[in-house]
Structure formats: C-alpha cells, structure tokens
Design a protein around this ligand. Structure first.
Ligand SMILES: *Cc1c(COP(=O)(O)O)cnc(C)c1O
Length: 374
C-alpha cells in the first residue's frame, strides 16, 4: 500500500482544472510579479482570517524575519521562543543580531509554557514568538496578558496552524495569527494551506505595522526608488497566488478531513498504555498539521525503525532541542536542560496525516502500529 506523510498530488487532482487554468492565465498575461492574482489572494485571505492587513512574501522564514525587522529592535534585545520548534523561528532572531531566549514547552500541548515565559522575562525582553505547533494554538490569552504587562511585541508563528480558531474566556474568537501584534505563516507545499513552491504571508491589524511590513518586504520603499527604511526583497509570485486562491475555499474542509484522521487514530490508540495521543487545548481548535504521538518506555526509535520496515512513513519533529544545535551554542549559555523539551525530543513521532487519506490506509497504519505494542 502506497502511503505518504502528505499527498499533495491527489489533492491537486481535485482542483486541477482551476489551478491549471489560473496558471495558464498568468502565463498568458505574463503578470508574474505583483500581478492582480496576488492582490486577489491577499484580499481573500484577509477576509478569511478577519484581519486588516495581509502582506504576502516569499516564505515563512522571511515572514518571521520581516516581522522582527518591523518592531524596531536593536542588537542585544531578547526575544523569547520555545526551544521545541522548527529552526526558522529562532534563526531569524539570531540573523538580525537579536538574542533568542529559548524556553521550555508544555508537555501536553507541545506549546510554549507560560511559566517558562514569565521566568525568562528580563529588562531586555522585547518580544515573544509563540509557535502554534502541529496545528494547535499556544495559550494566547495568557501570552497577550504578559505582553500588555511588560510592553512586549507578540509575533505569532502560525506556519502550522492556519485556519485554527482561538476562543478567549469572554467568548470572543479569532483566527490564530491574528491575535498578536503580527502573525506569520508559510505556504510551503506540505503546510495545511500550501502552494506549489515557496510562499508566505504576514498579518496584522495595526495600521502602522501594516504599512511598515509592506515596505520592508519591498526594499523599504512605498514609492518606487524612494527608500525609507532598510528592507529586503520578499514576494509571493502570481503562480503561487493562483494555487492558494484555488485552495483557500477548501481550507476549512481540509482542516475537517485532518481532524477526522486524528479522531480515527485517537480511538485506535487510546487503549495502548505506552502511547500518548495528542491532547487538545480547549481554547483552540486543532487543525492537525501533524498528528504527533508520544511513545513511552524509551521505545520511540525502535518504533520508528519498525514503521520504516513496514513502509509506513513517519517523522520526528523535532529530534534535537534548539539549544543543543551547534548553530545555537552562542545562545545556549545558562540553559543545560529543559525537562519537557528534552523528553519530547526523545518521545515524539508524527504519523501520516493529510486531506486525502482513505479508510484502507488508516486501517493499515493502525493495524501495523497496534501489532508493535501487542
Ligand atoms: C514551515 C515553518 C516555518 C518556515 O516556513 P518556510 O516557508 O519553510 O520558510 C517556520 N516556522 C514553523 C513552525 C514552520 O513549521
């Protein structure tokens, strides 16, 4: 049986006509850069998210970098990030001469721990980057309270959670990525809203930041050849915008399809004591960018090899805490062990999850998994 972590091809076949004709239109008009298709997608995404400004850019890493460039930080300023995340989150901080302060995560939700944030705040702290890991929001209400109290910027890394809804204690809801001062996302092909190449976007409701983010992504100019600030060149191209416009109306259905897979897995694994299925954070819907198990008793690597041998794809997101990465040693002083980050790096494993999974594929995966623990 052919099973993939993500089946981009089968999903494409369902929207092929619209994608193909849209791409052909871009070719016919040669409006490859900053064309009407980009503007159209920008407006559609802003409406979907309920956010004032969407600034499309070249990829999710650029989105994070541009966000950090926009909040007026200077070398030595500290930004708090979870130690258990994709490297891009912390990489751009270091690249800009800022200091990433890596903190521990919550062992149940895998998202940044509020206690650890509070503990890490210093007079040099200027921002926090919560990552909505695997498709579920971090505790944004608590994080926004901390931000208010300490005058910090919140830059959400929403690369894995686009489409998720957050509910505040007063009943108000908002899409993840639109709660902090700036939200960032990636349209990498395997992401929940992925294009067919690289792409990303930045969100904000703040007029000044909206203007500045747009400028920074465009060589610091708002009028051509007049440069107000140091910027960079980061664009979403028209062909990618066409793909994203074709997919956006399906995003909620894509999220539902992923949730159904997750529920199927949850039921099947609930009775295996050595397996912890993903816990839900009640304030957030989960869009399951990844379905990530924790494997107890030190058997994760053995389990991974067993799945490989049975041709079931799986991935370890992430095997090494950021502060143990060679590149991050300059920022690792004073951190030697973050309990939950260390445990998760040894226990997590993500199983195939995507919008096109069949019951046969799921049954097959479940049978193989159950046999390992029998
Ligand atoms: C994918 C991802 C990014 C980076 O996105 P790219 O488009 O690959 O640059 C950043 N943060 C997280 C959490 C991601 O999963």
């Amino acid at each position: 049986m052919n099973i993939q972590m993500v089946d981009v091809k089968s999903q494409y076949l369902k929207i092929k006509e619209e994608v193909d004709s849209g791409i052909q239109e871009v070719l016919d008009t040669t409006a490859f850069i900053n064309g009407p298709k980009v503007k159209q997608f920008q407006q559609e995404l802003a409406a979907y998210l309920g956010v004032k400004y969407v600034i499309p850019c070249a990829n999710g890493t650029d989105a994070l970098q541009i966000a950090m460039m926009a909040v007026g930080l200077k070398p030595g300023d500290e930004i708090i990030v979870p130690a258990f995340t994709y490297v891009a989150t912390a990489e751009v901080i270091a690249l800009l001469g800022l200091t990433p302060i890596m903190v521990d995560v919550d062992p149940d939700t895998f998202n940044v721990s509020i206690e650890s944030i509070i503990h890490a705040i210093s007079p040099r702290t200027k921002a926090i980057v919560p990552v909505h890991l695997y498709g579920q929001a971090a505790n944004m209400e608590a994080i926004m309270e901390i931000a208010k109290k300490h005058h910090l910027y919140i830059i959400e890394d929403n690369a894995q959670a686009i489409g998720a809804d957050y509910t505040f204690s007063d009943g108000r809801t908002a899409k993840t990525g639109t709660i902090g001062h700036i939200g960032c996302t990636s349209f990498y092909p395997s992401k929940n809203l992925g294009c067919y190449g690289d792409g990303g976007a930045i969100f904000t409701n703040d007029d000044e930041l909206g203007d500045l983010l747009h400028k920074i992504a465009n060589h610091g100019q708002s009028v051509r050849y007049y440069h107000d600030v140091i910027g960079c060149n980061s664009r979403l191209d028209s062909i990618q915008a066409v793909v994203l416009s074709a997919k956006l109306p399906h995003l909620d259905n894509y999220c539902d399809a992923r949730r159904q897979v997750a529920e199927y897995y949850d039921k099947a694994f609930a009775s295996i004591p050595q397996v912890q299925t993903p816990k839900r954070f009640p304030q957030s819907t989960h869009v399951f960018h990844q379905y990530t198990l924790r494997i107890k008793d030190g058997r994760r690597d053995e389990f991974k090899k067993y799945l490989d041998d049975h041709h079931i794809p799986s991935m370890i997101y992430y095997p090494v805490p950021l502060y143990k990465q060679e590149a991050f040693q300059p920022f690792a002083r004073g951190i030697d062990y973050l309990e939950h980050t260390e445990t998760l790096c040894k226990e997590v494993i993500s199983l195939p999850i995507h919008t096109e999974m069949t019951d046969e594929q799921l049954e097959h995966i479940i049978t193989i998994v159950q046999q390992f623990f029998d």
